[in-house]
Design a binder for this molecule. Structure first.
Ligand SMILES: *Cc1c(COP(=O)(O)O)cnc(C)c1O
Length: 396
């Protein structure tokens, strides 16, 4: 089996699993308890906080452990909205191709009277810092722009966007869930006030994430209860998951350059191989993209059928985000970069990791080529394209 859906989730690493097992067996005390097994767990928790902080260049007390990326995104945005509202600032800037954890939170705020500007991400899937500068108003309380897109892998000029926000005195949050462990993060140098990450996107466990909030940014709670996480996130800490996440994050950051060096030629070979299929196109900028991300649209193809036939050939792929697969709506990300509905339905995302081999890449190229040809041969829609009844969207 070839696992090429690492943007959806990753296999847990051996080191993360070991750290989790150790916590469950040895550090099982409640970190809030005063006896020594509790305090041992507390020490482990705070050690994880310092180590995670070191990975993104912040202080330990600026790290809040959450249940994952979605929760971190929700808390960051809702906190900034609350702070803004107190000052009469109810305008938020984001982009059209954010993860639903961001977009749906913004939609909820719109119902509460917030105004949201979603910036255009252009055909290459990249937003320009100048667009952010132009969109900022006197009543803007937050800019939230993702670091790397989860479907098409495009990488945004985060440091420059952060600089614009800092200059204008507007809070800047970035959903760095796809970037963490894959691209460098330095919240100071990149002018980031709030950042979300999630363990299961870098070989850590599901159900663990981090919200970084710069000193002075007052978070509001989504969950009320005990005083855990400096009173901002109640609930007994999920220490095994936090420990697994910390080890996975350290490993991913330590191996980042080596992993990228390994992945880039594989990614580019896969892109080259798939570009040989007629009437298809790479989605998103070819260079400013995650080292493991490949995303194509093919004319005359139904993405779901493509995925099922690839599964028959032992390849785990995706049509986009896991949250939209299974629904018949075309991806909002592909629509945001201007793909028409009929090709947005024929999308394929292959997301590699450092375990992927050159031989697997060749197998993927062959399998996708076969399946696309097979599906087109059966498709009345494709026949119309070939006969000229319908115009092609892409050049051959
Ligand atoms: C996966 C993902 C999330 C959600 O993270 P969870 O830990 O699964 O809640 C948010 N944003 C992006 C960009 C993601 O890829």
């Amino acid at each position: 089996m070839i696992y090429a859906d690492n943007a959806a989730t990753t296999k847990i690493s051996g080191a993360a699993l070991d750290a989790m097992r150790l916590c469950m067996q040895e550090y099982y005390g409640n970190p809030s308890s005063l006896y020594s097994i509790g305090q041992k767990a507390k020490e482990m928790l705070e050690d994880c906080r310092s180590r995670a902080a070191a990975c993104i260049g912040c202080e330990a007390k600026e790290i809040y452990f959450t249940s994952g990326g979605s929760e971190a995104d929700n808390q960051a945005i809702l906190s900034a909205a609350k702070l803004g509202e107190k000052k009469g600032k109810k305008h938020i800037i984001s982009t059209a191709f954010e993860h639903h954890a961001v977009l749906h939170t913004l939609q909820a705020l719109q119902k509460d009277g917030f105004e949201v500007t979603l910036l255009d991400v252009h055909e290459n899937g990249i937003v320009h810092p100048q667009q952010v500068a132009d969109a900022i108003r006197a009543d803007t309380c937050l800019v939230t722009v993702m670091y790397a897109n989860n479907e098409i892998g495009t990488v945004q000029p985060i440091a420059e966007i952060g600089a614009v926000c800092r200059e204008k005195g507007v809070l800047f949050h970035t959903d760095a869930v796809q970037a963490a462990g894959h691209l460098p993060i330095d919240v100071g140098a990149q002018n980031i006030d709030m950042l979300s990450l999630s363990a299961h996107k870098f070989h850590g466990p599901r159900g663990a994430g981090i919200l970084y909030a710069k000193k002075g940014v007052v978070l509001s709670s989504l969950i009320y209860g005990g005083a855990q996480e400096r009173g901002k996130r109640a609930g007994t800490e999920n220490l095994p998951a936090i420990a697994g996440m910390t080890v996975a994050l350290e490993d991913a950051c330590a191996r980042m350059d080596a992993n990228a060096a390994k992945l880039l030629p594989l990614r580019d070979r896969l892109i080259e191989g798939l570009q040989a299929i007629p009437y298809g196109a790479l989605n998103g900028d070819a260079e400013q993209r995650l080292p493991g991300n490949v995303n194509f649209c093919f004319e005359g193809i139904e993405g779901e059928s493509l995925l099922l036939l690839l599964d028959d050939k032992g390849i785990c792929a995706s049509s986009g985000s896991a949250c939209t697969s299974g629904s018949l709506e075309p991806s909002h990300v592909l629509l945001a970069i201007g793909r028409p509905h009929e090709v947005a339905h024929g999308s394929l995302r292959l997301s590699l990791d450092e375990q992927t081999t050159a031989q697997e890449v060749e197998q993927m190229i062959a399998a996708v080529t076969d399946v696309v040809t097979y599906l087109r041969d059966m498709s009345p829609f494709w026949r119309d394209l070939v006969s000229g009844k319908r115009p092609h969207v892409f050049e051959k």
